[in-house]
Ligand binder design. Structure first.
Ligand code: UDP
Ligand code: MG
Length: 335
């Protein structure tokens, strides 16, 4: 058991969320105040909004919140970089400045009351606490179907991830310090934290419908996330290609034997259909394999550039310089 009160920063990525923020921001604040009252966290704890380059009034809203209550703070990304990078920016901004962080979506889908249990789990010794939804009945059939397949695919492809855990999680500053050494630019947070290790546990909650606004994760983005997750964390697809190549080669060898026998028994010609079929099949497999390998080559290309993973353009409160983390530019070289 830990015997001190932690400073908590709740990290909330927001992209074009002017419809839902006025509804959920007060909920986050009242949760924070309740935890402060119960002495579970210090009064210096914060709700940190990360504006992911929104094009609507989201940043003005965030600035307004910060002006109203000192428990609110915000940072703004220079442009839209996607959910994962927004959460990363918040985590890196907070890691030297708190004891624990909780990342949560801003749309009210994740039950904020699970935070109590998360903080308790941290107090009991966990460094990472995964929020796991235990229902999917608020989702459409389509979302439910694709989401289940998504986790199954990830696990088959060798990405260790916690089933039905998205990005609602508590991470301690200690785990974040270790995580800061994961310098890759292709990030898939929910698959990376299990790699960080440390004692971890799960907290279960019911996931509700969005309180307002609409989802930014259509099927296309979901598929993108799956491909990114797999190719960033696992080389199993390349192994599968190797295996497939082996099998196809074996079959071809048998085919070759068959062709030779036919040749020497004088039964050649004919066989246009089988030949075309084989050519089509082999070309298809080759194209697919090249595509998969290309995906990895592309990743290597992106990694080798060492581009910053996030760029913060504005803050609601200026940081004191001694608090600034070493990995400010996130370009792989500490400054
Ligand atoms: N989000 C973001 N950048 C993006 C897309 C989404 O920061 O490019 C945020 C969004 O504001 C929300 C969270 O990521 O807080 C999850 O997005 P959403 O609710 O649209 O996804 P879903 O819950 O439908 O999977
Ligand atoms: Mg959502």
């Amino acid at each position: 058991m830990r015997d001190y009160t932690p400073k908590l920063i709740i990290i909330i990525p927001c992209y074009n969320e002017e419809a839902v923020l006025p509804v959920t921001a007060p909920l986050f604040l009242s949760k924070l105040q309740q935890l402060i009252r119960e002495n579970k966290i210090t009064d210096s704890s914060r709700v940190l909004f990360v504006d992911d380059g929104s094009k609507d009034g989201t940043w003005d809203l965030i600035r307004g919140f910060a002006a109203q209550d000192p428990h609110f703070a915000g940072i703004r990304q220079s442009r839209n970089r996607g959910h994962q990078n927004a959460v990363l920016a918040g985590l890196m901004e907070s890691k030297d400045n708190c004891d624990i962080t909780i990342s949560i979506d801003c749309d009210g889908q994740d039950d904020i009351n699970a935070m109590d249990e998360m903080v308790d789990a941290w107090a009991a010794g966990s460094e990472i606490v995964y929020g796991v939804r235990n229902n999917r009945d608020t989702d459409s059939f389509f979302k439910r179907f694709t989401a289940t397949r998504f986790y199954r695919l990830m696990n088959r492809m060798g990405v260790e991830s916690v089933y039905n855990h998205a990005d609602y999680r508590l991470v301690s500053a200690r785990a974040l310090q270790a995580f800061a050494d994961f310098k890759e630019v292709n990030i898939y947070l929910r698959g990376m934290f299990p790699l960080v290790g440390f004692p971890s546990t799960c907290v279960y909650y019911r996931r509700e419908e969005r309180l307002a606004g609409k989802s930014h994760y259509p099927l296309k983005k979901m598929l993108g996330l799956a491909v990114d997750g797999i190719t960033s964390l696992s080389i199993r697809p390349i192994r599968l290609i190797t295996g497939l190549g082996l099998i196809v080669s074996l079959i071809s060898l048998i085919g070759l034997l068959w062709i030779l026998i036919r040749h020497f028994t004088g039964q050649t010609v004919a066989g246009w259909a089988s030949l075309t079929a084989i050519v089509c099949f082999a070309t298809g497999i080759q194209m697919l394999s090249l595509g998969i390998i290309g995906e990895y080559v592309g990743k290597i290309y992106l990694e080798s550039k060492h581009r910053p993973r996030y760029i913060i353009s504005e803050r609601t409160e200026e940081r004191s310089t001694e608090e600034a983390p070493a990995e400010k530019t996130a370009d792989g070289k500490d400054e």
